[in-house]
Write a protein that binds this ligand. Structure first.
Ligand code: SAM
Ligand code: SF4
Length: 355
């Protein structure tokens, strides 16, 4: 087995956690990190089949396993009561879940009360034409749209079932509705690596931030992951031949590190779970559409939140389960890509845990 990189970092010593911040309210893990950001997957289903994310013939969960929209609201609201300030709704493709807009409409009460600072969405963009205006109305002001190429044929190859035109139209609807769009691209060796410059120029020209993501070894797919993996330090060196990149302290609360691109005047984000430690400042947890909470995207430890929620109408047991899980949040991930047999480091798909 060849370890490409495994440098999960060294967060501050737990004993010195109290030195990190004067604020002792909310969810705080053993390493002193304030967990104020929850990404919640509302479905494992999707209208695309991106090659790095899913196999073409996926077996999805039986619908009864999924949290109902009422349970999702209850869970999100409990996290907010516990001090969570940012909620990202993801999937699967969140906007294909039936009646999903009612969840956004209900959650908007927490934005109005000021308890929640941001309600965010990660989407493949296919349903934005229908839902952009409703999302804005519910208080969503920023969304991430995943887009790996601007070439229609290649788009179809990567997503298997998607149509580029539909996504570009969706992005336009979101912008027209007043939502700020960030483009996320998974850097894929031999697939879109020579298009990254054009995509960055396109995004910056439209005033959108542009973020690159390394592929992560999550879940079985039909191909070989070591074929897809393109380290972002390679991409960065290539970009530096043409552009002046300067690290800036800009933060959105997510895992990206930002660079300013002098020539375009835009921002370039880099999410480098494989080559660069992004664990030290990790402020987030993920919840699956079945109510399993993962304290780290790259580890298997999880906590069942559905059972305590279904056991009682009160939220006390649920809050206890959340507190106990936060107390087990690990220091960092253990991503590796196994070159000999191509096995994923973590067997669940990104569409289960949410991106
Ligand atoms: N369907 C929505 C979308 O595509 O934006 C939301 C869910 S998707 C799982 C979230 C993000 O995860 C997308 O940006 C996608 O490109 C990324 N992703 C999926 N599988 C990945 C993998 N194995 N490695 C890195 N990123 C991945
Ligand atoms: Fe669907 Fe998003 Fe996965 Fe693509 S990355 S298959 S759009 S969940």
């Amino acid at each position: 087995m060849t370890v490409i990189e495994n440098d999960a970092g060294a967060p501050k010593d737990p004993e010195h956690a109290s030195d990190l911040s004067g604020d002792t309210s909310g969810l705080i893990d053993p390493f002193g990190r304030h967990v104020n950001y929850v990404r919640i997957s509302v479905t494992d289903r999707c209208d695309f089949r991106c090659v790095y994310c899913m196999a073409e013939n996926m077996t999805f969960l039986p619908r009864r396993e999924l949290l109902s929209l009422e349970e999702l609201d209850r869970l999100c609201s409990t996290f907010i009561e516990c001090g969570v300030k940012k909620l990202r709704i993801t999937g699967g493709e969140p906007l294909v879940r039936k009646n999903i807009m009612s969840l956004f409409e209900n959650l908007s009460r927490h934005l109005e009360s000021g308890q929640l600072e941001e309600l965010l969405v990660t989407t493949n963009g296919s349903q934005l034409k229908t839902h952009a205006a409703g999302l804005y109305k519910a208080g969503v002001r920023r969304i991430n749209v995943s887009l790996d190429t601007l070439n229609a044929d290649k788009f179809h190859e990567i997503t298997r079932w998607g149509r580029l035109e539909q996504v570009l139209e969706g992005i336009k609807y979101a912008e027209d509705a007043g939502i700020k769009v960030k483009i996320n691209t998974v850097a894929l060796k031999g697939v879109n690596e020579h298009e990254i410059t054009d995509m960055m120029e396109w995004a910056h020209d439209k005033g959108m931030d542009y973020t690159l993501i390394e592929t992560m070894p999550l879940g079985d797919i039909d191909g070989d992951r070591t074929d897809q993996y393109l380290p972002l330090n390679t991409v960065r060196s290539r970009l530096e031949e043409k552009y002046t990149l300067t690290a800036i302290p800009y933060k959105t609360g997510g895992p990206a590190r930002y660079l300013e691109v002098k020539e375009t005047g835009g921002r370039l984000g880099l999410i480098t779970p494989m080559t660069h430690n992004f664990c030290e400042s990790c402020n987030r947890v993920r919840v699956t559409c079945t109510g399993e909470m993962y304290m780290c995207l790259g580890q298997d430890d999880k906590a069942d939140l559905r059972t305590p929620m279904r056991q009682s109408e009160s939220n006390e047991a649920l809050k206890t389960a959340i507190d106990e899980a936060i107390a087990r949040k690990p220091k960092g991930h253990d991503f590796i890509i196994d070159r000999e047999n191509g096995a994923p480091a973590v067997s669940r798909h990104m569409s289960v845990t949410g991106g």
